[in-house]
Design a protein around this ligand. Structure first.
Ligand code: CP
Length: 315
């Protein structure tokens, strides 16, 4: 961990990939790469966030993002608390803004927010004095997911430039897709989107991507297939006739993956609906699946984001 780095990302917040430039992304990837190495050692601690306070404020369920931000903060020496939303005063009707302003009065340095409303993290960043990190806001952005995905890809391919990446599934409800499209195109990858029309925003073709409705066409020549979760909790009406039919046409199985480039790799941000958007045979195949590596990258990338934001806020 003695390597010096040129850290061009300093915040003041991490609200989305939109607004980051290529150098800022590269600086985070470089830094996270060092934390991957640290996290593989028996002693995983540094004191970069000693004396700092991190609050996790998750209004939506999470396994990966919340636990990795908690681990990231603790490995860097911060005091970390996870707000238990169900037993907080939100249950008595306290608003999001009042909650954030109350927590802000306790002088945290870093506030990690997940909320069902697009723009929630940006709104809070105007009300508090600390750095705000968007851990997912509605269908808008999930920036640290895209950054950890890029870290995972860079470990396998080196350069992201020129990679052909198919993002398949429930694009319309996916903040992961939005953040990834922005980041991957910024880094020079060629992005394809594949979904039934009911799961694609009408403006998708304006995002600098190729749009497909047939997965067998979309996967031809791809280096990477990124599969998205069917987000039933965000659907007002059924967007697909049945899970079984969806799997037949849009579920990633061996037969469809064989149409991609030889050696193509598979990603999924999790949690997975096995047998709906991805076959277990693919998800659990260590020769093609990067899913567990994505989780490992998540801790390292969140350490990089927290450390960079904290350094950007000198006392
Ligand atoms: N990928 C992701 O955000 O997973 P969690 O919902 O478990 O945090």
């Amino acid at each position: 961990m003695s390597k010096s780095y040129s850290d061009t990302f300093t915040g003041p917040h991490m609200l989305g990939i939109a607004g980051l430039n290529r150098l800022e992304v590269i600086s985070l990837l470089d830094r996270a790469e060092q934390f991957v190495a640290l996290n593989r050692q028996r002693k995983k601690h540094q004191d970069l966030l000693n004396g700092r306070t991190l609050i996790n404020l998750f209004f939506e369920p999470s396994t990966r993002t919340q636990s990795s931000f908690e681990l990231a903060g603790k490995r860097l020496g911060a005091d970390v608390i996870n707000m238990a939303i169900q037993t907080s005063s939100i249950a008595k009707g306290e608003t999001l803004i009042d909650t954030a302003v109350t927590l802000n009065a306790m002088r945290p340095d870093l506030l990690v927010v997940r909320h069902s409303a697009s723009g929630a993290a940006a709104l809070l960043s105007q009300k508090v004095d600390c750095a705000v990190i968007n851990a997912g806001d509605g269908a808008h952005e999930h920036p640290t997911q895209a950054l950890l995905d890029a870290l995972t890809l860079r470990a396998h391919f080196g350069d992201l430039s020129g990679l052909k990446i198919a993002i398949c599934g429930d694009v319309v409800h996916s903040r992961v897709a939005r953040s990834n499209i922005i980041l991957l195109t910024l880094m020079g990858a060629q992005v394809r989107l594949c979904a039934p029309p009911t799961l694609l925003p009408t403006k998708a073709s304006a995002w600098g991507v190729e749009v497909f409705h047939d997965m067998k066409q979309a996967l031809v020549g791809c280096d990477v297939v990124m599969v998205l979760r069917l987000q039933k909790e965000r659907m007002n009406s059924a967007c697909v006739p049945s899970s079984r039919e969806y799997f037949h046409y849009f579920g990633l199985d061996r037969e469809k993956l064989n149409l991609a480039k030889k050696g193509a790799l598979v990603m999924h941000p999790g949690p997975m609906n096995r047998g709906v958007e991805i076959d277990s045979e693919i998800a659990d195949d260590p020769n093609v699946s990067l899913i567990n590596e994505q989780v490992e990258s998540g801790v390292a990338m969140r350490m990089a984001v927290l450390a960079s934001l904290a350094e950007g806020r000198h006392e």
